[in-house]
Design a protein around this ligand. Structure first.
Ligand code: HAM
Length: 416
């Protein structure tokens, strides 16, 4: 016998009980975001590789080593989308959304792909729900989106949540600050981890993220970007915070918040849950006022977030799974009754009932036990006569009905 095949590393199957929880989550997202005027958008699962190289940033881990990239058969390089913000921004321009009243509020839900080392809560195919508001730099939108994510997490039962927020300022401030930080890191090179030292030029901000004790010690004295913000960026950040305060949303200001995407400007935030292990980020996002230009469009500010569905479900109180409703189980007293039984089940479903028919050759006793386990309200026992024994499971009462009145009798319920 050949080896039994398995799903690729970092992927997983969604089984019915989990699928039901995902459906609830998707419905909650639709309601929560729909109420605030966000419309659903779906972009392709693969895009031109250049979209992510330019959008997410060449220096990021995502672009450097985590993309599933392949030739489309015509010499063009395409990539399974690792994130949704660059695609949604592309779609905004490509579909003429600049002509709509601004900002345009969009949300999405679907699979994303990153070639990451798989571990609990980190997969190579995962699902994100995300929201973006494109076309305005009003701090109201930053606050609105943060509160929407907080509401969504709450509504789906994600507990022990904390919000960290920071601001990256403008690209110019950031560039100046990066130079200052590089000078600072070079002055302390001997105390830094090798990895941080190797990336001083490529990504100095990563030093704030390091676990290495020496690096951490150095970074406590590092200059922070928040201290260097230009007055208008500081004012924008304060406006966002004021709205969160007004809404009673707790947060912690993080001067060294680092996220793995290069398009962020100004507001940056992340929600974590203590119910998750090492991969504690349940969702995050920020403002990306320079992204549209990176993609070849005109200056167009935007802000948004994405949250991982798998992590939300890991961090949520599991709701009691609702078993499928079985109004009628059609049992076969003998194999020859198969076609008659099948017809009854089909008719029952067309009438809107939950109906299942025996399909595993069990004994009649076995079928009744199975129907009981399913929680069936009625069992129709189909034999070789035109009469069908209709049993109400709760009372145990049974009577004979004709084949063409079974469904009507069940619809009439509850007593025979
Ligand atoms: P991100 O922080 O890279 O942001 O991903 C958002 C969320 O997706 C994470 O907080 C996490 O819950 C989930 N996630 C990411 N990678 C994985 C993985 N390998 N396995 C399981 N879950 C994962 C973005 O993607 C940005 N596009 C968010 C954004 C939208 N910023 C502005 N607008």
């Amino acid at each position: 016998m050949s080896q039994r095949l398995q799903a690729p590393r970092g992927t997983f199957d969604v089984l019915p009980e989990d699928a039901a929880r995902r459906d609830v989550l998707a419905a909650t997202a639709r309601t929560t975001l729909g109420r605030a005027g966000y419309g659903r958008v779906d972009t392709p699962v693969f895009e031109a590789t250049e979209l992510f190289a330019r959008g997410v940033g060449e220096a990021t881990d995502i672009v450097q080593k985590e993309m599933f990239t392949f030739d489309d058969g015509g010499g063009r390089s395409v990539t399974l989308r690792p994130e949704g913000t660059a695609p949604v921004t592309r779609a905004y321009f490509e579909n003429g959304m600049t002509r709509l009243p601004q900002p345009v509020r969009l949300w999405y839900l679907g699979p994303f792909f990153r070639r990451e080392r798989a571990q609990a809560g980190r997969f190579r195919q995962f699902t994100q729900v995300g929201a973006e508001a494109i076309g305005s730099d009003d701090p109201t939108l930053d606050a609105e989106l943060i509160l929407l994510l907080a509401d969504l997490l709450d509504a789906v039962g994600v507990r022990q949540v904390s919000l960290r927020i920071g601001s990256l300022g403008s690209a110019t401030t950031r560039a100046e600050y990066r130079e200052e930080l590089k000078r600072f890191l070079r002055a302390h090179e001997a105390e830094l981890s090798e990895e941080v030292r190797a990336r001083i030029d490529l990504n100095p901000l990563r030093a704030f993220d390091a676990d290495h004790p020496g690096t951490r010690r150095v970074m406590t004295a590092a200059p922070t970007l928040l201290d260097r913000l230009a007055p208008e960026d500081r004012a924008h950040f304060d406006e966002v915070l004021a709205r969160l305060d007004d809404a009673g949303q707790p947060y912690e200001i993080d001067t060294a918040l680092v996220r793995g995407l290069d398009y962020y400007t100004r507001t940056l935030f992340e929600f974590t849950s203590d119910r998750l292990g090492a991969q504690s980020a349940v969702g995050g996002g920020g403002r990306y006022d320079g992204l549209a230009e990176q993609l070849g469009g005109p200056h167009t500010p935007g802000v948004g977030w994405a949250a991982g569905i798998e992590r939300m479900l890991l961090a949520a109180e599991p709701p009691a799974p609702a078993p499928p409703v079985v109004d009628l189980f059609v049992a076969l007293a003998q194999p020859e009754a198969g076609r008659a039984g099948f017809r009854i089940a089909q008719e029952a479903r067309r009438a809107g009932l939950g109906a299942q028919v025996e399909a595993a050759g069990r004994s009649l006793k076995g079928q009744l036990k199975h129907a009981d386990r399913l929680g069936a309200r009625y069992v129709a026992i189909v034999g070789d006569t035109a009469e069908i024994g209709l049993k109400e499971m709760e009372s145990g009462e049974q009577r004979d009905v004709s084949a063409d009145t079974v469904v009507a009798a069940v619809l009439r319920g509850p007593r025979l």
